[in-house]
Ligand binder design. Structure first.
Ligand code: SF4
Length: 358
């Protein structure tokens, strides 16, 4: 039996389709396009149906596994800046749930899908709501591809970018994420350009060292820093206890980056925790010699912490301090905070523990 259809690269799909119907690449390509763009596999309803003998259609339908797209359990919208951020709660085949967010970019001219790579997460970052769930399981490639298809169908919005910044640490499930990326970026299917795909990590150095070998060579890399001194970073992000800042920096310096691309270094600004002049100076020192763009992200409040979100003025102070010292920096506008759809707010630890029907 072939694997779940939505997780198949074109080559794997062609091998299956060829075995069942023989025929030329034109048929396999048309069937793959229908599969990925419409999220259905129904050769009798495809553009090439008139040319396919009824027996071939019957064989394909008999031998193809059924497609199960995640079901939309809930959709919430938040429209802070006039264009809505959509947060979807999606139910997987085994009844577990993930959240996927569709974020408007450039005033709603195009949209980014923020994909989850795991149900929960085991990285334990202290500013993140998902961390409270722990790790329930890794997602399979077809479940990540299925998120993109499902939310773009449900929202009817033009999706251009895909970011692996939802629930989970993508490099904790690296092979499956790499396969999902291969599927998403195949021009015969969904055709999301590799330069429009970003994988975000807390800095799993042993996986970053195999970045290209694993198949991530053409996509963008975002690394979450949290703090540029080891004591504070270890408090905020437990990963720092096994791979400290120096190890991370050495790894990033050796990264094979596509073209002139830079690493996006995410710095979550938490007032009174990591925004002091000294902490900002630490960051200036840390990024020296690294091909990065610092992405300042305002901390988004979560129920388990008493920290507050930074004001616009506090964020601007950090941005200006970095900019004046020659650090490439940009400020990310928070979207979706009203419906807990912003960075670090995904997941529901209570709901994750409740049994529910598949
Ligand atoms: S920030 Fe990312 S890696 Fe850290 S706990 Fe949350 S989901 Fe996991």
């Amino acid at each position: 039996m072939v694997d779940a259809l939505l997780g198949l690269t074109f080559e794997a799909f062609r091998a299956f389709s060829q075995e069942v119907i023989g025929r030329t690449d034109r048929f396999h390509g048309a069937l793959y396009r229908q599969l990925m763009r419409d999220g259905v596999f129904d050769p009798s309803a495809s553009a090439i149906a008139p040319e396919l003998p009824a027996q071939a259609i019957a064989r394909l339908l008999e031998q193809a596994p059924r497609i199960v797209l995640p079901a939309v359990v809930q959709e919430q919208r938040s429209a802070e800046d006039g264009t809505a951020t959509h947060k979807f709660l999606l139910r997987l085949e085994d009844g577990l749930e993930v959240e996927t967010v569709v974020i408007p970019m450039r005033g709603g001219r195009h949209f980014t899908v923020c994909v989850s790579s795991q149900v929960g997460c085991r990285m334990g970052c202290s500013f993140c709501h998902t961390a409270r769930m722990g790790l329930l399981r890794n997602l399979l490639p077809h479940e990540m591809v299925g998120q993109v298809i499902r939310v773009s169908q449900a929202s009817a919005l033009p999706v251009r970018n895909v970011v692996f910044m939802g629930m989970g640490e993508p490099l904790d499930n690296a092979e499956a994420v790499a396969q999902a990326i291969q599927v998403l970026s195949d021009r015969r299917g969904l055709a999301v350009a590799s330069r429009h795909i970003t994988v975000s990590t807390v800095g799993r150095v042993e996986v970053l060292a195999r970045w290209r070998e694993l198949g991530f060579g053409a996509v963008n890399l975002a690394v979450s820093l949290g703090a540029a001194d080891d004591a504070l970073r270890s408090q905020l992000m437990p990963i720092n206890r096994s791979a400290n800042l120096e190890t991370l920096k050495r790894t990033l310096q050796a990264m094979p980056l596509a073209g002139s691309r830079r690493i996006l270094l995410s710095y979550i600004v938490i007032p009174g925790i990591n925004d002091s002049p000294q902490q900002v100076q630490n960051l200036v020192g840390y990024v020296a010699g690294l091909p990065v763009m610092v992405n300042l992200i305002p901390y988004n409040p979560i129920p388990s912490r008493s920290w507050r979100a930074p004001s616009g003025r506090e964020l601007e102070q950090v941005r200006i301090a970095l900019h004046r010292q020659g650090v490439p920096v940009r400020l990310r506008v928070t979207k979706g905070r009203a419906v807990m759809a912003a960075c670090g707010q995904l997941g529901d630890p209570q709901r994750a523990r409740q049994p529910r029907p598949a």
